[in-house]
Structure formats: structure tokens, C-alpha cells
Design a protein around this ligand. Structure first.
Ligand code: AMP
Ligand code: ZN
Length: 114
């Protein structure tokens, strides 16, 4: 695990986070700078730097992330109203933390991305 990766530290219990879900493959915790009433990060335990680094062996993991996102959305009452699941990939995609993660956003009307 990269020593300087904040998400690896959170997964290892070496940095704090407000977890909302955990299993063998992923963890989910609240974003420290929420952009919506619900803003959760869904993060694989495996350190994958960004979406372009996925391989065939990550297929199940990526499907699992989507199932977990829907489970969390349902648990938080967002499944009927709707929500957004996004990945920021590399510099022009706005990625800041280079450990793959998906943002689950909801609880208000979201506008088009720019
Ligand atoms: P991205 O731009 O997709 O890389 O998003 C990184 C996200 O991680 C941002 O929304 C940050 O607010 C969030 N973040 C950074 N550090 C932490 C942390 N220690 N705990 C929770 N969220 C964090
Ligand atoms: Zn990491």
C-alpha cells in the first residue's frame, strides 16, 4: 500500500473516517467536504490509482461497487428520488485523490456537470 495514500490509511484504520458501509471488497464513508446533503465515497480496499488502471480482474469489483451504491442509496432513502454516482478520472476529470473512488451524491436537486 502506498504510504502516502489517505484512503489506504482510512481503510487500514490509521486515519479517521465516518464509515457507512464496509465489506470484504469495499468501504464507504462520508466525504469531509460534502457537496450535497448526502455525499459518500465508495472505495475499493484494493489500491487502484484511477479508473484507467482497472483490468479484467476488477470486473467483479466494479459491479460490486454499483450494487453497494444502490444499497446505500436505498438505505438512505435516495433510491426513489434519485442520486448521482460519479468517478473523477485524472487531472481534467478533477481527480484529487489517486485511489479509485466513486462519489454517491444526493438529497437535493443536482445540476448538470460542467
Ligand atoms: P476526487 O476529486 O474525486 O479525487 O475527490 C476526492 C474527495 O475526497 C473530495 O471530495 C474530498 O473532499 C474527499 N476527501 C479528501 N480527504 C478525505 C478524508 N480524509 N476523508 C473523507 N473524504 C476526504
Ligand atoms: Zn490507496
Amino acid at each position: 500500500m502506498p504510504q502516502d495514500c489517505i484512503f489506504c490509511k482510512i481503510i487500514a484504520g490509521e486515519a479517521p473516517a465516518e464509515f457507512v458501509y464496509q465489506d470484504d471488497l469495499v468501504v464507504a464513508f462520508k466525504d469531509i467536504r460534502p457537496a450535497a446533503p448526502v455525499h459518500i465515497l465508495i472505495v475499493p480496499r484494493k489500491h487502484i490509482p484511477d479508473l484507467t488502471a482497472i483490468t479484467e480482474e476488477d470486473k467483479e469489483l466494479l459491479g460490486h461497487i454499483h450494487l453497494v451504491a444502490v444499497k446505500i442509496a436505498k438505505d438512505l432513502g435516495l433510491a426513489e428520488r434519485g442520486f448521482r454516482l460519479i468517478n473523477n478520472c485524472k487531472e481534467e476529470g478533477g481527480q484529487v485523490i489517486y485511489h479509485l473512488h466513486f462519489h454517491l451524491l444526493g438529497g437535493r436537486q443536482l445540476r448538470l456537470l460542467g
